[in-house]
Each structure stands twice: as structure tokens, then as C-alpha cells.
Ligand binder design. Structure first.
Ligand SMILES: C=C1C[C@]23C[C@H]1CC[C@H]2[C@@]12CCC[C@@](C)(C(=O)O1)[C@H]2[C@@H]3C(=O)O
Ligand SMILES: O=C(O)CCC(=O)C(=O)O
Ligand SMILES: [Fe+2]
Length: 371
């Protein structure tokens, strides 16, 4: 399939093998400076300092705590018990996607060991010497590899995080990255991400199917369409931060994906915007956070909305979020699903990423049809 599909420049990035132990000639980019600063026990450097209005959370306002607003937690345990239960779950998802653009799922059937193995492998990856990680540095303007997060160029402050992205199924590049990074065992590295990718793909298909049913888009054609979607594995690492209230782990954004599945582990930090307030998505043991991405907003013709979210950091604990982006294939046309009055024109994921790289927050509006 790869041979017949025209890929966007970012998606065609396939790393060339590099010999482990070779000298790194490139200058070290700012992503490497996080761990060095921590070794020196420095204070938060100026470049990482965000204004208090940018980092303020709903929890800073005691009135908010009384409301106890929480993103819905949906239990999938009894999905197959009866048609009624399945319908209820579809309805819960529909309302969460409309009101929040996000929810959590529990009893999703993904074994703990699969998640734990992938988290351990991710942490090992971030713990590699900076020079090893930089062998896999993401080339500017592309999607895959190690470095500061892609949207960093839109902000004049640095974020307190490092990230790593790999292509998942159906064209995963785990092996090439294992080789580039000089990981301890290429086999373990690949196995743990292959397992995780497979589990995430299953869950993404299941949840997207349920959400589309909630949209009354149950035709076979649409479900077949989703089966061709691609996966991407993206990890964010947030070291403990000397002055968390002034720092930003990951700045406010929406995901371009169709659906995002995120495992945030036991250390919280993720927040979602509701109205003009930031609400924390508290870690629930074993749960995955599900977010509506821009592509699902478009496909739903604005019935659902992609959630604006961000990640804050803390002083005591390091934090890893393991993210799976479920996205359309790069050159396939994506349209609002059977509305009599489409709000958006059809687009390809390739096209969308190019516009997002230029406009960032305004990207989806760019595809709105004139009234
Ligand atoms: C599959 C995706 C989705 C990407 C691009 C590509 C790989 C990296 C993803 C993120 C992850 C962090 C936020 C974001 C906004 C960013 O800068 O990089 C995301 C972006 C998007 O959702 O547009
Ligand atoms: O780490 C988090 O909680 C958020 C991660 C995220 O939003 C992303 O990678 O797109
Ligand atoms: Fe995100």
C-alpha cells in the first residue's frame, strides 16, 4: 500500500539506520537542556516561564472545586451484555463527545501488562543519553522522531516536556527507530510497541464505531472506511519542574486526529477546557482518556467538538503520557458524514496537517464552506 499512496513529506520520513556509538556532529537543540538543568538543580529559566494567566487552572479558584465537574467515565464492561446496554453506552459517548469532546473509559479490555510494558519501554527511551535520542531527532516540519513537540514554533516560550512520535499500524517504523536509538534490545522495544499498537487499534476501532453509531452513521461503508485509518504512537515526557505554577508542560491545543486515546498513568496534569474554565482530567486507575480530534469534529459536521486541552507539570513527579492518534490515511478524502447541509468541504489528512502547520488553532475553520 505504501508504494501506491502518495505520502505527505512528514509521513514518508523513514529513519535511516545509524551505527550505535558514532559521534554526534549536530549541535544539541533546546530539548536536551531539560535534563541538564535538573542535574544542576537550577531554577526555572526565563525561556520556560509562562504568564500566570496562561497557566492558571480551575483549581486555583476554590469556587470551582465545589462544583466537582468531572469528565464522564464510561464503563465498557457490559458492552456485549445486551443491545440495550450497548445503546446506553453509545448514548453516553454521544453526550460526552458533544458536551466535553472527551471522556475516560474503564474496563476496556486492554490488559494492564500491555500498557505497563509500553510505558516502561517509553520511560527507558526518554532515559537514554541525550546524544542517543538526538540520533532520532524529528527533522523540522516532519512528524516522526524525538524532540520538542511539533506545535512549539507557535509559542515564544518553551514547554517543559520532550516528545517522541512513531508511525503505528499499518506501516509502523518501530524497528528503524529501535536501531536509530541504539536501545538495549531492539526485539523488546519492537515487541512492546507492536503489542500496544495492536491493542490501541482494536480499542480505537471499537470506540469510533460506537461513536459513529451515536451519530446514526451506521452504514457499512463508513465502518469499512474507518478500518483503513492509521495509528501513531506519541509519547510525552514531563520531568519534575522547579516552578510548576510558572511552567507549561504542553500548551493548549486540539488534536488533529480523528480520535485520540491517551494513557496518562497515575500522575495527573491533563486539563480540558469547558466554557472559559480549565478542568482537570483526574487519573482513574486503568483508564484511558479519549479525545475527539479535529477530523471527528469535521466528520460529525460539528455535532461533536474537538476538545481544547493542555498538560501542566508538577514539582515532585515525572510524568509520562502515552498517546495513540487514530488518523485518516494521508490521501483519502474525508467529508462530513451524510448531512443534508455540510458545514465543511472534504479534505485529506495530508492537506489538513499542512494547513494546521501554518494556522494552528484556526485550521479547521479554514475548511468551513461559505454560508
Ligand atoms: C498525528 C499527529 C498529531 C500531531 C501531529 C502528528 C504527530 C504529533 C501530534 C502532536 C502531539 C502534541 C500536540 C500536537 C498539536 C503537536 O504539535 O504534535 C499534535 C499534532 C496535531 O494533533 O496536530
Ligand atoms: O500529556 C498529556 O496529558 C496531554 C498530551 C496531549 O495532549 C498530546 O500529546 O496531544
Ligand atoms: Fe493533545
Amino acid at each position: 500500500m505504501l508504494g501506491t499512496t502518495r505520502l505527505p513529506s512528514g509521513l514518508s520520513q523513514s529513519p535511516t539506520p545509524s551505527s550505535c556509538g558514532a559521534q554526534l556532529l549536530r549541535s544539541v537543540s533546546n530539548v536536551g537542556s531539560l535534563s541538564k538543568m535538573l542535574e544542576r538543580g537550577q531554577q526555572l529559566p526565563e525561556a520556560y516561564r509562562w504568564s500566570s494567566s496562561e497557566t492558571a487552572a480551575a483549581e486555583d479558584d476554590p469556587a470551582e472545586l465545589e462544583d466537582e465537574v468531572v469528565v464522564p467515565v464510561i464503563d465498557l464492561a457490559e458492552l456485549d451484555r445486551s443491545d440495550e446496554r450497548r445503546k446506553e453506552i453509545c448514548e453516553e459517548m454521544r453526550s460526552a463527545c458533544r458536551e466535553w469532546g472527551a471522556f475516560q473509559v474503564v474496563n476496556h479490555g486492554v490488559p494492564d501488562q500491555v500498557v505497563e510494558r509500553a510505558r516502561r519501554t517509553s520511560l527507558d527511551l526518554f532515559a537514554l543519553p541525550e546524544s542517543d535520542k538526538l540520533r532520532a531527532e524529528r527533522p523540522p516540519g516532519t512528524l516522526f522522531g524525538y524532540g520538542a513537540t511539533r506545535m512549539a514554533s507557535f509559542f515564544n516560550r518553551l514547554m517543559w516536556s520532550e516528545a517522541f512520535t512513531m508511525m503505528g499500524s499499518p506501516h509502523n517504523n518501530f524497528e528503524a527507530y529501535a536501531r536509530k536509538l541504539c536501545v538495549h534490545s531492539e526485539q523488546d522495544f519492537c515487541k512492546s510497541f507492536e503489542e500496544y499498537d495492536k491493542a490501541m487499534r482494536g480499542l480505537a476501532l471499537l470506540i469510533t464505531d460506537l461513536i459513529l453509531h451515536g451519530l446514526e452513521a451506521s452504514e457499512e461503508r463508513i465502518h469499512q472506511h474507518i478500518r483503513n485509518f492509521w495509528g501513531m504512537i506519541h509519547m510525552n515526557f514531563y520531568p519534575p519542574c522547579p516552578s510548576p505554577s510558572e511552567a507549561m508542560g504542553l500548551a493548549s491545543h486540539t488534536d488533529s486526529s480523528c480520535l485520540t486515546i491517551m494513557h496518562q498513568g497515575s500522575v495527573g496534569g491533563l486539563q480540558v477546557k469547558r466554557g472559559d474554565k480549565w478542568i482537570a482530567i483526574k487519573p482513574v486507575p486503568g483508564a484511558f482518556v479519549i479525545q475527539v480530534g479535529d477530523m471527528l469534529q469535521l466528520m460529525s459536521n460539528n455535532v461533536f467538538h474537538s476538545a481544547l486541552h493542555r498538560a501542566l507539570v508538577n514539582e515532585r513527579f515525572e510524568r509520562l503520557s502515552l498517546v495513540y492518534f487514530f488518523t485518516p490515511p494521508p490521501t483519502v478524502s474525508i467529508c462530513p458524514i451524510h448531512p443534508s447541509k455540510p458545514l465543511y468541504r472534504c479534505l485529506t489528512w495530508n492537506e489538513y496537517l499542512q494547513v494546521k502547520a501554518k494556522l494552528f488553532m484556526g485550521a479547521l475553520d479554514h475548511f468551513l464552506l461559505p454560508e
